[in-house]
Design a protein around this ligand. Structure first.
Ligand code: FE
Length: 198
């Protein structure tokens, strides 16, 4: 099977002024596309050529001879998930029921935002900040380096923020904390996040 670049769930300029059409054009059209092209090339004659993206990720995770396959497959999954974690006029508050779950896990919605921002800002170099449900259903914040992702650690991803520089440098330069603040206040698609818990 051939892996394909999924379309963005909104127009390229839909997240302006927070994330520019220029950023989405490069991030989706060049970076995300490159992971798809690379994975298809790596899998051409591989036993996992007909496996689903999730199978490829889980089979390749932690295997020294499959690092390239893991990195490209995981980055395809991570980016598709990230696009859906945002929407125009997003941010604000989740539903009362999901907010109650965040309050149970992090004491308050504000504390959740602080901890998520802290993870995103302190991820050294390239990576991702996540809200996940662990195998017992407990909500947790994770940060992962490069392409690493929750499913490789037995967790279900609920929300992610891409903190690779390519996600924010054209709009925010080195100001990762401002990008993360904007992500939390104006971009999160809480309906999508909540739907991942079902
Ligand atoms: Fe990215």
């Amino acid at each position: 099977m051939t892996h394909e670049l999924p379309p963005l769930p909104y127009e390229k300029d839909a997240l302006e002024p927070h994330i520019s059409a220029n950023t989405l054009s490069f991030h989706h059209g060049k970076h995300h596309q490159a992971y798809v092209t690379n994975l298809n090339n790596l899998l051409k004659t591989h036993p996992l050529a007909d496996a689903s993206l999730e199978e490829v990720i889980l089979q390749a995770a932690g295997k020294a001879d499959m690092v390239g396959i893991f990195n490209n497959a995981a980055q395809i999954w991570n980016h598709t998930f990230y696009w859906h974690c945002m929407k125009p006029n997003g941010g604000g508050m989740p539903s009362d029921s999901f907010r109650a779950k965040l309050e149970a896990a992090f004491d308050s919605f504000e504390k959740f935002c602080e901890e998520f921002k802290q993870a995103a800002v302190t991820q050294f170099g390239s990576g991702w900040a996540w809200l996940v449900a662990d195998k017992d259903g407990k909500l947790k914040i994770l940060k992962t380096g490069n392409a690493d992702l929750p499913m490789a650690h037995g967790c279900v991803a609920l929300l992610t923020c891409d903190v690779w520089e390519h996600a924010y440098y054209l709009d925010y330069q080195n100001r990762r904390p401002d990008y993360v603040d904007t992500f939390l206040k104006h971009l999160i698609n809480w309906d999508f996040v909540e739907s991942q818990l079902a």
